[in-house]
Design a protein around this ligand. Structure first.
Ligand code: ZN
Length: 667
């Protein structure tokens, strides 16, 4: 899915940013990949990320057959939906489907005469089967229902009638087991009544193959069928009055071609022909990077009004009519939705906690399209634009991990998600990265995958250990902010550069990343890659010529802010001073880490106090070596019992001074 607002805000930032970059996508200067040196974090705190799959539920939906009758130019519809499914357990006697607002008129089984009893809740229908089923038994449940379009799931406006269901609204237009990981094939029969009033130019678009249209004096019937499994949120119908429709054959990457079917209002057809003209190039780009197009057809249907930019319904994207204006201004949106056919539709995230696997991939694909079609020099500005936008979003809308966001379609999933792929490409190199994407696509083709599934494939392909990479970028919030300083001295016949790098971000982890440095010297330039994994880190780099400059991440592979400072004294967190750092995370609910830096060995006390100044827990009281130290408070009292939720003070007593910070414990 693509939001309208992102595009609008991005357009504004793009004008402001005017990025200039030295990065080239075809650079030979790949990092040296020091990932094998990365020591895994001792105690990974991955969220409990149970991944569901077909056999983990009492039944597995196989096919939905939706038959919808629509009196032309009204918001009402009557329908029946047949779900064919297989039981995953013995003695299955009830089937519960998601079904909201729709009025159930009756339920039957394999045959229409096999009436089944049912009960309703606010959000489901529970069908009592005729007899208990055993594991492996297939069965059919047919639910007749009617409703008026609630502008949720189904939308009615005078010129069009369409569905839009991501993430959880399929249940507002057909009863189904509405989980993205339970894919099923489907067919839609769409019966338009009262064709006297029906413009002969109206048309209906849906998923899969078009099986034809049948006209009679009293109704028109459209039939579509898809035999490739699909998540419920990707099922779609859209009927346009006064519709222009045409088909373009596009190479699908296998040497064959697929039909690309367009449906727009008649008066928009000339503009649309221009706006859609680069779709074959988008298809060419994604065939090249991701592998052959995975479905039997593609298409776009334009509706209005539409609360979104575009929605990647499997093989039939619904777009906002405003994207058609004869300027191609929204062609990156069109590319985004096409890319979702691979990432979102062919491979669907296992559940919406992993939404970055859909939106980050489709957003990154926009940058690949521009690199492929408009030239390699257009890739870096687009990546820079993503980073600029992500930083602004992070600053003004809040910081949180990509995994399991509160608001699913937040901009970070799109832009930071895309940047995660950009960084992976930088670390792995083009060959391994794109091989990895294609293998991931093949392995989870027509199924579902989680972040961990994607990580496993990329580790297999690259031989790298990517645990820390995914942990910090997907399961932790924020990004690194580096400060660096350098100086040099003579060393034998050459010179030694003393490079100091600090990470000064707050409310984010300390990041472990390979960083490239370009060293400029009087006798030439050289690039080195060094692993950075600590809050303060010092390196000695030997060169033969007099050093004149040190560039940090010159190819812009790492999502970060960078500041070159004159000397280590400018860090603000230098070991020559006492420093108590903000605890992380804050607020917290499991535990939190408090860090400080000492300029010399000495007696210190670090303790947690309540807001009345009473001591709650002493974390250290004794001699501590100079340098940085971290202590974890598990939110317990001195006797080990749990602390109450609330505000606490942590205080460091060292060098005759007191340093304090405030933190919030949530339960
Ligand atoms: Zn999207």
């Amino acid at each position: 899915m693509r939001l309208l607002t992102n595009a609008a805000i991005l357009a504004m930032i793009f004008v402001m940013a005017a990025p200039v970059h030295g990065f080239r996508a075809d650079t030979d200067e790949r990092p040296i990949l020091p990932w094998d040196l990365v020591i895994q974090k001792e105690k990974p705190e991955l969220p409990i990320a149970k991944v569901m799959f077909d056999s983990s539920h009492s039944f597995d939906a196989l096919h939905y057959s939706i038959h919808m009758t629509y009196p032309f130019n009204s918001g009402t519809f009557s329908a029946y939906c047949e779900m064919r499914a297989v039981s995953n357990e013995n003695n299955l006697s009830q089937v519960e489907l998601d079904m909201v607002h729709l009025v159930a008129d009756g339920v039957s089984g394999e045959r229409w005469v096999d009436t089944l009893s049912f009960t309703r809740t606010d959000s489901t229908i529970i069908v009592n089967l005729a007899e208990p089923l055993q594991t492996g038994d297939t069965f059919t449940v047919r639910i007749r229902y009617h409703d008026t379009a609630q502008q949720r799931g189904m939308y009615y406006y005078p010129r069009n009638f369409y569905s839009m269901a991501e993430p959880y609204d399929a249940r507002w237009w057909f009863p189904c087991y509405d989980k993205p990981w339970d894919k099923a094939t489907g067919n839609v029969e769409f019966i338009v009544e009262d064709p006297d009033e029906l413009s002969l130019q109206s048309r209906m678009a849906s998923n899969g193959s078009f099986w034809g249209v049948y006209y009679s004096e009293i109704y028109t019937i459209y039939n579509w069928e898809t035999d490739i499994p699909m998540s419920t949120y990707l099922f779609c119908v859209a009927l346009l009055d006064s519709c222009a429709h045409w088909t373009v054959n596009i190479p699908d990457g296998t040497g064959d071609s697929i039909p690309c079917m367009y449906y727009v209002f008649r008066e928009d057809s000339a503009l649309a022909a221009y706006d859609f003209a680069n779709v074959p190039h988008m298809m060419g780009a994604f065939n090249y990077y991701f592998g052959p197009y995975p479905f039997e057809k593609y298409g776009m249907v334009a509706v209005t009004p539409f609360a979104y930019g575009g929605m990647e319904h499997q093989t039939m994207t619904t777009i906002n009519r405003s994207w058609i204006n004869g300027t191609r201004a929204n062609e990156f949106g069109i590319a985004h939705e096409l890319a979702h056919q691979w990432w979102g539709d062919m491979v669907t995230m296992s559940d919406f906690r992993h939404i970055w696997l859909n939106e980050g991939f489709a957003t990154y694909a926009e940058a690949l399209f521009t690199e492929y079609f408009y030239g390699q020099n257009t890739y870096a500005p687009r990546i820079q634009w993503y980073q600029d936008y992500y930083f602004i979003y992070d600053e003004y809308y809040g910081r949180f991990p990509l995994f399991d966001p509160v608001a699913i379609f937040n901009a970070a999933e799109y832009f930071k998600g895309a940047l995660v792929l950009h960084m992976l490409r930088g670390m792995m190199g083009d060959e391994a990265f794109f091989n990895g994407l294609r293998q991931y696509g093949q392995l989870y083709r027509y199924g579902n995958a989680s972040t961990e599934d994607f990580r496993a494939v990329m580790e297999d392909v690259s031989g790298l250990s990517l645990f820390t990479f995914f942990h910090q970028w997907i399961y932790e919030p924020g990004y690194p902010e580096y400060r660096y300083a350098w100086s040099y001295s003579q060393s034998g016949i050459g010179y030694v550069i003393n490079l100091n790098v600090a990470q000064v971000q707050q409310n984010a982890p300390i990041f472990t990343m390979p960083i490239q440095y370009r060293i400029h010297t009087a006798t030439g330039d050289t690039t080195v890659t060094l692993l950075n994994s600590q809050q303060l880190q010092t390196y000695d780099i030997y060169v033969t010529g007099i050093p004149t400059a040190v560039d940090f991440d010159p190819n812009h592979w790492v999502v970060c802010k960078v500041q070159l400072v004159n000397s280590i004294d400018d860090f603000g967190r230098i070991p020559q001073e006492y420093s108590l750092l903000p605890n992380y995370p804050n607020p917290f609910n499991g535990g939190t880490v408090i860090s400080f830096i000492l300029p010399k060995d000495e007696q210190v006390k670090l303790a947690v106090y309540d807001i009345n100044g009473r001591i709650v827990k002493t974390l250290v009281d004794g001699w501590v070596e100079k340098g940085g130290h971290s202590y974890r408070w598990e939110a317990t009292l001195a006797d080990g019992s749990p602390a109450a939720a609330g505000t606490y003070i942590y205080r460091l007593d060292a060098g005759g001074r007191k340093f304090a910070g405030k933190m919030t414990y949530l339960k």
